[in-house]
Every structure is written in structure tokens, then in C-alpha cells.
Design a protein around this ligand. Structure first.
Ligand SMILES: [Ca+2]
Ligand SMILES: [Ca+2]
Length: 256
């Protein structure tokens, strides 16, 4: 177990055209290969939400680089962002944290998803936990949205398998959209992201519910909490006008 929490985290808020046509609503989760730091992109009144995680990318590693070296990341960082979000309190490595980002749960505890392994998965999230772990794909897909995950590491098959036609939960929300919660899953070896952002600090935007921890490492009982990567799944659902993930913990109140 890694016990040192990185000073990392970058969140980005983009504007986009709004739409009331829910048939076009889309949730896409993109995981790039090289980087533990999550980055994500979202929009108010969104009909598309894209969550981007750059695994292992420390915030302070990109803050000091020249814009000409990383123009797309610099443009993202010029938007609504923070370089001081937090991972899970107990784990900083890849798969436990991405399980948190998909389920809005901590790693450990009764309410945690309890996925602590960082190797190639041999069982599903639900088998490991001993009960079904709903995720962002359940809520979005059950509401009839198109969902996709593009992953840069093979071990993210954990999510493809956990939410496939066999292991995904029966859809009891409205029309039956099936148990296959991730419509498109693809393993990628390379990727690119380019977009345009607006300017805000996420701690300024969410000052009533989140506090910048500076260089401290707040535990799960600290009030208020820092922005954590596990907030993102429920954040994405909120932006799509959907409810929080059943059984989730982080940002369950859709408070930011
Ligand atoms: Ca449904
Ligand atoms: Ca699938």
C-alpha cells in the first residue's frame, strides 16, 4: 500500500452548447496511459460529459513546463481548475483510484469499493466486494445515455468486465437499456485532447463545500473535504442532470 498522498489533482470546467435532447447525451471516460493524476472536463447543462484521467501526472510536473511543450494541457489548465485536489486518502495508485473515480467511493471501509489490487484483474468489482458496486455507467446507461471508456492500460478491463452484459446490474430504471453499462470499451495506446476552457479556480467555485488543503493531507473525517478524484463520477452525473450513484459516498449530495 502506498501511504503518501500526492499533491495532485486538476479539474477543468468547460462551457458547451446546451441541449434538451437527452437522446444525444453521452458519457465518455478516457484514461491515458502515461500519467495517477486525474483531469476531467465538464459542462453545465451538458449533453456530453468527458472525464479525462492522466494517470501518474503530478500537478507540479506540468505547472512549471513551458506552454510550448504541453499546449493542450496548458489550455485546459487555464480553465476552471485546481492543481491541489486529492487522491484517495489511503491509496494513490492507479486501479484503486480509478475504481473510486468510476464509483464515487473511497477505497477502504464499509462504504468503500474495496478494490486494492493494482495488477491485471481476475475478478469483477462486485465479486471482490461481495456485493454489487454501482458506478457512473449504471446511472447514465440506465437513463438511456450512450457511454464509453477509452483506456490506455489493459487493467482497465476491470470496468469493461464488471459492467458487461453478464455482470452489469439489471436495469430497473424506465426502459430496459440492458446490463451492458459501457456501450463502447476500447483499449488505446495513444490519444490526444484539445479543447478550450473558461477561467476559474475550482476551490473558488466550490468554497462552501471544499477547502484547498495547501500542503496538508486531510483524512476522510476532515470537514470540509478537499476536492478528491472520487468526486468526479457523481459530478459528471450531476452535469448530465442525473442522480448520484446509489451507495456512493463522494459528492453524493451533488454539492459541487
Ligand atoms: Ca433504463
Ligand atoms: Ca460493454
Amino acid at each position: 500500500m502506498e501511504s503518501v498522498e500526492n499533491r495532485n489533482g486538476l479539474r477543468l470546467k468547460l462551457t458547451s452548447r446546451s441541449s434538451t435532447n437527452s437522446d444525444k447525451a453521452v458519457l465518455i471516460f478516457v484514461i491515458l496511459a502515461l500519467f495517477v493524476l486525474p483531469t476531467w472536463v465538464f459542462a453545465a447543462d451538458a449533453d456530453h460529459v468527458i472525464i479525462v484521467s492522466a494517470d501518474g501526472l503530478r500537478a507540479d510536473a506540468i505547472e512549471n513546463l513551458d506552454v510550448n511543450d504541453i499546449p493542450n494541457l496548458k489550455e485546459l489548465a487555464s480553465g476552471s481548475a485546481t492543481f491541489n485536489a486529492r487522491t484517495d486518502y489511503n491509496y494513490t495508485n492507479t486501479l484503486p483510484n480509478h475504481a473510486s473515480m468510476v464509483t464515487s467511493r473511497r477505497v477502504l471501509g464499509v462504504d468503500g469499493h474495496n478494490w486494492t489490487d493494482n495488477g491485471e484483474p481476475c475478478v469483477t468489482l462486485h465479486t471482490n466486494k461481495g456485493s454489487y458496486i454501482a458506478g457512473v455507467f449504471d446511472v447514465a446507461h440506465d437513463k438511456g445515455l450512450y457511454t464509453a471508456m477509452y483506456a490506455g492500460k489493459t487493467k482497465f478491463s476491470l470496468f469493461d468486465t464488471s459492467y458487461d452484459a453478464t455482470n452489469g446490474a439489471v436495469d430497473t430504471t424506465g426502459d430496459d437499456n440492458g446490463q451492458n453499462k459501457i456501450d463502447t470499451y476500447q483499449y488505446l495506446t495513444d490519444g490526444a485532447l484539445q479543447t478550450r476552457a473558461v477561467i476559474d479556480d475550482l476551490y473558488d467555485l466550490n468554497s462552501s463545500t471544499r477547502t484547498d488543503p495547501d500542503n496538508s493531507r486531510p483524512d476522510n473525517r476532515s470537514i470540509p473535504q478537499p476536492i478528491r478524484n472520487a468526486d468526479v463520477a457523481n459530478l459528471a452525473l450531476d452535469l448530465l442532470g442525473l442522480p448520484a450513484i446509489p451507495g456512493s459516498v463522494n459528492n453524493f449530495a451533488l454539492e459541487w
